[in-house]
Design a protein around this ligand. Structure first.
Ligand SMILES: Cc1cc2nc3c(=O)[nH]c(=O)nc-3n(C[C@H](O)[C@H](O)[C@H](O)COP(=O)(O)OP(=O)(O)OC[C@H]3O[C@@H](n4cnc5c(N)ncnc54)[C@H](O)[C@@H]3O)c2cc1C
Length: 533
């Protein structure tokens, strides 16, 4: 059998959305890797269609946001409708900044990411199926069937399984899937529709004993999802059933064509009990399988890949100790379980038709009028409410240990004042985050800052999180700047002057990009990134 030695340190198995984002993250940090997939090319299926706000942030930080999802549909509201009455809305405009979900077929998302990767010199090795993995002193050798012939490749220091539902890497890790059983089915179909449906709103409709969801995509296509307790006899029957359901609900022929894509399955929810063994990892559907209710599966996979990819890159680039890789499991298992618990609740509410049941004690119209819910729901459905465990934010020293770092604010203002050349040896990044305040994306910023700054730049930066600004300014440095740094503000003190950010998440990314340009390019590690501010 042919043995091919590999100079790459990382093997990514699977080029679905998770594997492609893993590739984009490793590429961004200049890591040498290979990515293989058993298929002979990109997927052409519609499947996962929503890119939530957290995913959009990852796309932004990987310099993909200008290319991925730009032709998708912006969704600003999710409505729960009982018969013809709207009983509740999740309004993403309640979040700070211009927030929305993007919907488009998964095939489009994958193709757009892959196109960017190709422009950056990354090619997927198609028709290459992983068969087995063997560990040895120098790493992992893998057996691959490539275009019909068996080859052994390696050694790789890390193997990352992004192979979806059936994962060999997961088997090798010895992980068990903890599953919840449901007896219901979901039916899905994409249709061409007349331009009479609100294009930027998703409707969850409960009518005449049926429950279905209508999700607009761009180009007058919409996805219809229905929950039933019987499996349809054929794809054709499925398409017809959904078409009739929608047309009779609206009392006119909104759907004029046959379905352009259909799918159905029993509702599922399962999570692996562990996601790492030594230098083997799993991400995406290999790690968690969530039925489409709530549109979380692909988004979680993208977050897994970004989280792990940053950490592996930091270790390979010699910035972090390998022990940081254990945080992947701690962080991602906790948020994935939290998300699955929410999906489980929503799924059961749909089965039980609890939305309309006044006797059940949970009457949606009542609770959703409250301000708390007006904010909590948009955070939750945008992916912004997830929090990593408390013990993982940036740590600068004992005094500031376990403090949050990050912020979320409406507008971006960047301005300089200074200079402070004589006084500053190292730039100082100061964040003021009031933990008691309601900054929905603080934890997102924490993970970003940790991934980008703590991992890579701790040697060039002082990172300071302040609750009480006067304390730090008198204790640390003696600068003629406003000590009342507003909560939610970054201040970057550099040799050139002060840069202040009244910041939302994208602007946080902008700050990180700035830091890369100013302070890291010279080290040569990010020479291929080409970020600019
Ligand atoms: C009908 C349907 C609707 C959905 N709707 C949504 C939604 O609205 N929102 C959402 O977020 N998610 C949704 N999902 C979930 C979403 O599609 C998945 O979560 C997502 O595809 C997972 O991506 P992945 O890259 O982890 O796995 P996959 O997309 O399954 O990709 C895995 C890749 O690994 C390759 N592979 C497998 N085994 C091997 C091997 N041995 N060697 C080499 N390559 C291998 C496969 O060929 C494949 O390309 C939906 C799923 C379905 C089925």
């Amino acid at each position: 059998m042919e043995v091919e030695s590999s100079g790459s340190k990382v093997l990514v198995v699977g080029a679905g959305p998770t594997g492609l984002i893993m590739a984009a993250t490793l590429q961004r940090f200049g890591i040498d890797f290979e990515i293989i997939d058993k298929k002979d090319g990109l997927t052409d299926t519609s499947k996962g269609l929503s890119l939530n706000v957290s995913t959009q942030i990852v796309l932004y930080l990987l310099n993909l946001a200008e290319h991925v999802g730009v032709n998708g549909q912006k969704i600003r509201k999710l409505n729960l409708v009982h018969e013809k009455d709207r009983v509740m809305s999740v309004d993403f405009r309640k979040l700070s900044g211009d927030r929305y979900l993007i919907t488009q077929p998964q095939s489009a998302t994958e193709a757009e990411i892959y196109h960017c990767l190709q422009c950056r010199g990354v090619e997927v090795q198609w028709s290459s199926a992983l068969q087995s993995i063997d560990e040895c002193a120098s790493g992992y050798f893998v057996n691959i069937v490539k275009n019909g012939s068996e080859v052994i490749k390696g050694p790789y220091r890390y193997v990352i399984g992004c192979e979806g539902k059936k994962s060999l890497v997961r088997e090798k890790i010895g992980a068990l899937m903890e599953s919840k059983q449901y007896s219901h089915y979901f039916l899905l179909a994409d249709f061409k529709v007349k331009n009479t449906i609100d294009n930027d709103e998703v409707n969850y409709i409960e009518s005449g004993g049926d429950f279905f969801i209508i999700v607009p995509l761009s180009n007058n296509i919409c996805r219809v999802v229905m929950v039933t307790d019987v499996k349809p006899s054929s794809e054709y029957a499925l398409g017809n059933a959904l078409k009739n359901l929608v047309n009779s609900y609206y009392d006119k022929d909104i759907i004029v064509s046959e379905a352009v894509w259909t799918s159905s399955a029993q509702i599922y929810l399962s999570v692996a009990d562990k996601i790492q063994l030594n230098r083997l990892f799993i991400c995406g559907d290999s790690f968690h399988l969530v039925s489409p209710i709530g549109g979380t599966g692909m988004n979680m996979g993208i977050q897994d890949a970004f989280n792990l990819g940053c950490k592996i890159a930091a270790v390979i680039n010699g910035i972090q100790d390998e022990s940081i890789l254990h945080k992947y499991q701690t962080e991602r298992l906790s948020v994935v379980k939290e998300t699955c618990a929410k999906v489980d609740v929503t799924t059961r509410m749909i089965f039980d038709k609890i939305f309309r049941d006044e006797n059940s004690g949970f009457f949606v119209p009542d609770i959703t009028k409250r301000n708390l819910f007006k904010k909590i729901y948009p955070e939750s459905y945008s992916g912004l409410s997830l929090r990593y465990p408390m013990n993982s934010p940036v740590e600068i020293n004992e005094q500031y240990k376990n403090q949050y770092v990050g912020c979320l604010f409406e507008n971006t203002n960047i301005f300089y004042s200074g200079p402070f050349k004589e006084k500053l040896l190292k730039p100082i990044l100061i964040f003021n985050v009031d933990e008691s305040s309601d900054f929905s994306a603080v934890q997102n910023m924490v993970s970003l800052v940790r991934a980008f700054i703590d991992a890579k730049y701790s040697s060039v930066f002082h990172l300071i999180n302040i609750g009480n600004s006067s304390e730090i300014f008198t204790g640390f440095i003696n600068f003629p700047i406003d000590c009342n740094l507003p909560v939610g503000t970054f201040t970057l003190l550099t040799c050139e002057g002060i840069i202040e950010f009244m910041c939302d998440i994208e602007s946080g990314g902008l700050l990180l990009a700035y830091i890369e340009c100013m302070y890291v390019k010279t080290s040569g590690m990010l020479s291929s990134v080409g970020v600019g501010v």
